[in-house]
Design a protein around this ligand. Structure first.
Ligand code: F6P
Length: 339
């Protein structure tokens, strides 16, 4: 009987449980394969913390945020001896394939393990939507919906007080969430890391707008834009910058330039919490079931991906290539509505 190990690593993301459910149900029902849940990301694989999962364990988790497996930002190549530190758990549990659900850092670790002797299938995960090789990642749609709802609410209070409100959103070094939610929420300006910005230009379009009788403005700022004031950032376990707070630097500058009262809302981890949207539940379910197919049929070193609406297998190395930014075409659509 085939045995599949599954883990979720890195930051959580709405839809993780839907992937696990899809994988377990497909593996059990279609292939009579066993699925072993590895707890707390790579930690569980290093420490041997595993639990057998069956249909009962994944009942009722489709709509649940977070991850029933737990997660961590520890990594076998940073906090252990690489493949040697996970081999015992793989062997003891007779795991044939390791299904790794994670962002680009986690997928790179998965690829190293594959090269060092493990048999891996990757599932791309991030609210940031920046993984190469797939059109969308699950969790992104949910984050965009949460930000759009927030913009709708912030717009009415901005209007009531004649204020500028800066909405800072996640996305790490890419501006997907900012651009999609900014378009959906009708933002007056959207600042993203991929496009250089000039605060004088933003101030001038806000002043023009106010002269036209619109006394409020929403400015969406991606957390990863270059800060106007040089800032030392902490690093996380994968060596990524810990971001957040740039909106507070932008606010006083825009207030000073425009003379309009300005407030800041940093949405932070709200964007990752709670139930996934229907789109993300379906996408995550399709990815999880396809991951089971690839695992059982021995298509290792691959990653499941969405391409043109279809779920396909791509080389895992594609998912580890340089992360994807917002296309100029999409940003141009957003810019059409600035001011
Ligand atoms: O990559 C997902 C993400 O939510 C980013 O958008 C954000 O910068 C980061 O994770 C936050 O990480 P943490 O949960 O470690 O604060």
């Amino acid at each position: 009987m085939s045995v599949i190990g599954v883990l979720t690593a890195g930051g959580d993301c709405p839809g993780l449980n839907a992937v696990v459910r899809g994988l377990v149900v497909r593996a059990n029902q279609k292939y009579d394969a066993e699925v072993v849940g590895i707890m707390n990301g790579w930690d569980g694989l290093m420490e041997g913390d595993v639990e057998l999962l069956d249909d009962k364990d994944v009942g009722g988790i489709l709509a649940k945020g977070g991850t029933i497996l737990g997660t961590s930002r520890r990594d076998p190549y940073v906090h252990g001896d690489g493949f040697a530190s996970v081999e015992k758990t793989l062997r003891r549990n007779e795991i044939d394939t390791l299904v790794v659900i994670g962002g680009d850092g986690t997928l790179r670790t998965a690829l190293r393990l594959q090269e060092d002797g493990a048999k891996v299938v990757g599932v791309p995960k991030t609210i940031d939507n920046d993984i190469n090789g797939t059109d969308f990642t699950f969790g992104f749609d949910t984050a965009v919906q949460i930000v759009t709802d927030a913009i709708d609410r912030l717009t009415t209070t901005a209007e009531a007080h004649n204020r500028i409100i800066i909405v800072e959103v996640m996305g790490r070094t890419k501006g997907w969430i900012a651009t999609y939610a900014g378009i959906a929420g009708g933002a007056e300006a959207i600042l993203i890391p991929e496009v250089e910005y000039d605060l004088e230009e933003v101030a001038s379009l806000i002043r023009r707008r106010h002269r036209r009788g619109k006394n409020y403005s929403i400015v969406v700022v991606a957390e990863g834009i270059k800060p106007p004031v040089k800032t030392e950032l902490e690093k996380d376990a994968f060596g990524f910058d810990r971001l957040g707070g740039v909106g507070y630097q932008i606010a006083p500058i825009l207030e000073e330039m425009t003379g309009f009262e300005t407030r800041v809302t940093v949405l932070g981890h709200l964007q990752r919490g709670g139930t996934p949207t229907a789109f993300d539940r379906v996408l995550a379910t399709r990815l999880g079931t396809r991951a089971a197919d690839l695992a059982v049929s021995g298509q290792h070193g691959t990653m499941v991906a969405m391409r043109g609406g279809e779920i396909v297998a791509v080389p895992l190395s594609e998912g580890c290539a340089e992360i994807r930014g917002v296309t100029p075409d999409l940003y141009e659509v957003a810019e059409t509505f600035f001011g």
